[in-house]
Design a protein around this ligand. Structure first.
Ligand SMILES: NC(=O)c1ccc[n+]([C@@H]2O[C@H](COP(=O)([O-])OP(=O)(O)OC[C@H]3O[C@@H](n4cnc5c(N)ncnc54)[C@H](OP(=O)(O)O)[C@@H]3O)[C@@H](O)[C@H]2O)c1
Length: 300
C-alpha cells in the first residue's frame, strides 16, 4: 500500500510517514547517509525530514539528485527546519542557504526547529520570526510552513494575528508522554494543524523493560495471528501513532528496517481496546528523551 497522506490546513496533502535525517544518521559518514536515503527512496519513503542543524542537507540533496531517474523530485516531499545558526540570519536567508545545499528551488515544508531560540522580547520575537516564515511561503520558497517543539503558549503567540497558520507541529510523541501532549493535540485539531511525531519508538529501544513492553508483545501476537505474517514491536507502536492521525517521523540505518517502517501501512488496524491498553500502560511511566521537550511539556 502506498503511504497514506494527511490533509494540511493550507489545502495540500502530506505523507503520514517520514524518513528522518537526524538522530542516528548524525553518527554516520556522508557516503553512508547518502546510501541509506537513496535506499529509503527506492523502498517507498517520499517525505524526508531534514534540518539546518543536522548539517547534512547537501547529502540529502545529493541523494535526491541521484534518485531522480527513478523517483522525480516532484514526487518527493522535502522538509527542512530553521535554526538561527549564523548571527544575522533570518528564516528567509537561512532557507536560501538550505535550498542551495539541497540543490532545490523550493522545499515542501519549512519548520521552525524550536521556539526558545526566538523568544527574545517574549512572544514578540516569535511573531516577528513567523512573519518571515510567511514570506518564505508567499515567495514560493516553501510550499507549507510549520513549527516544531512548540507548546500551547508558543502557538498562541503566532496563531493570533497570523496570515498563515502553522500547518504542522513536530513533537516528541510516544505513550510515555501521551498524557502531557494531549492538550496540545486538542489545540492542533482546533486549528487544523497536523501533529507530527519524532522519538515514537523511544519506549521500546531507548527505555526497554517498561510497562508498555508486555502490552506491545500481546498486541503484536494478536496481529500476527490475524494477519498470518510477522509484525514487529516498532510497527505496533507506529501503527498506534498513525491511527491517531499523527505523522510518524522515524529513521534507520538499515534497509530491512526501512522496509519494515513502510510495511507498517499494511499491518491490520489496532482495536479500540488495544489503543486504550497502550495508553494506560504509557500513563504508568512518564519519560521524555529529547532536550526540546521540556520547553513545551510541563511535569516531565
Ligand atoms: N524536531 C526535532 O526537534 C526532532 C528531534 C528528534 C528527531 N527528529 C527527527 O525525527 C527523526 C526520527 O527520530 P528518532 O530516531 O527518535 O525516531 P524513532 O522512530 O523513535 O527511532 C528510530 C530508531 O529506532 C531504532 N530501532 C528501530 N527498530 C529497532 C529495533 N528493533 N531494535 C533496536 N533499535 C531499533 C532505529 O535504529 P537502527 O538505525 O538500528 O535501525 C533508529 O535509530 C530524526 O531522524 C529527525 O529527523 C526531530
Amino acid at each position: 500500500m502506498p503511504i497514506p497522506t494527511l490533509p494540511l490546513n493550507d489545502g495540500t496533502q502530506i505523507p503520514s510517514l517520514a524518513f528522518g535525517t537526524g538522530t542516528t544518521l548524525l553518527h554516520h559518514q556522508d557516503a553512508q547517509i547518502m546510501a541509506i536515503i537513496e535506499s529509503a527512496i527506492s523502498i517507498g519513503f517520499t517525505l524526508f525530514d531534514g534540518a539546518q542543524r543536522y548539517k547534512n542537507e547537501a547529502v540529502l540533496g545529493a541523494a535526491i539528485k541521484a534518485s531522480e531517474s527513478t523517483v522525480p523530485r516532484s514526487e518527493l516531499f522535502i522538509s527542512t527546519k530553521y535554526a538561527p545558526m549564523t548571527p544575522g540570519d533570518t528564516a528567509k536567508t537561512a532557507l536560501y542557504k538550505s535550498l542551495e545545499k539541497l540543490g532545490l528551488e523550493y522545499v515542501d515544508l519549512y519548520l521552525v526547529h524550536a521556539p526558545n531560540e526566538h523568544m527574545d522580547g517574549g512572544g514578540g520575537g516569535l511573531r516577528e520570526m513567523w512573519k518571515v516564515m510567511e514570506e518564505c511561503k508567499r515567495e514560493g520558497l516553501a510550499r507549507s510552513i510549520g513549527v516544531s517543539n512548540f507548546g500551547v503558549g508558543h502557538l498562541l503567540e503566532i496563531v493570533e494575528g497570523a496570515q498563515v497558520l502553522p500547518a504542522v507541529n513536530q513533537l516528541e510523541i510516544h505513550p510515555y508522554v501521551w498524557d502531557f501532549v494531549k492538550p496540545l493535540i486538542k489545540m492542533h485539531k482546533e486549528h487544523g494543524i497536523v501533529t507530527s511525531s519524532y522519538g515514537g519508538l523511544s519506549p521500546l529501544f531507548r527505555a526497554p523493560g517498561g510497562p508498555l513492553d508486555p502490552v506491545i508483545e500481546k498486541i503484536k501476537a494478536r496481529l500476527e495471528d490475524t494477519w498470518g505474517k510477522p509484525v514487529t514491536s516498532g510497527q505496533v507502536l507506529n501503527k498506534w501513532l498513525l491511527q491517531h492521525d499523527v505523522l510518524v517521523v522515524t529513521t534507520s540505518t538499515k534497509a530491512e528496517r526501512v522496509r519494515e517502517y513502510v510495511d507498517t501501512c499494511d499491518v491490520p488496524e489496532l482495536t479500540d481496546e488495544e489503543m486504550g491498553l497502550i495508553e494506560s500502560a504509557g500513563a504508568e511511566h512518564h519519560q521524555s528523551f529529547f532536550k526540546h521537550t521540556k520547553y513545551y511539556l510541563e511535569g516531565i
